[in-house]
Design a protein around this ligand. Sequence first.
Ligand SMILES: [Fe+2]
Length: 143
Amino acid sequence: MTRVSGPVLGLPELDIPHAEMLSLADDVAAAARSRQARQATTHLDALIEATALHFAREEEWMDRTSYPDRAPHRTAHDLFLQDLHLSGQELRASGITPRVLDWACGRLQQWLRFHMEKNDRPLARHLEHVTRKRSGPPAQHRS
Ligand SMILES: [Fe+2]
């Protein structure tokens, strides 16, 4: 797996799956650029699986810790998964269309990084805060 750079949030529970998702998205783009529809489909299926699994984990952590922004965060996940499935359908039906190529090299890459930066970074801070509160010193003794 190639390491593709993306936002580093400092929580391995997020950073490790994110790196895997970025790497798979990069594989989808590379296959699309070289017009390898079958390869692109295989990588996209792997990306959908990894993404669905990771989103479900994030959503479970958000629910368990009553994360205030969980509703919009969950909506963002749902829309992105829909987008992945639609592109998968198009890829299967019509191969590497200009729209699929644009999407694989553009919006797919941008969405993941944008979401990690704008949605997952605040979630990482929240999860760190909650964990520190549980295992650290009593709140009134902390600065
Ligand atoms: Fe997320």
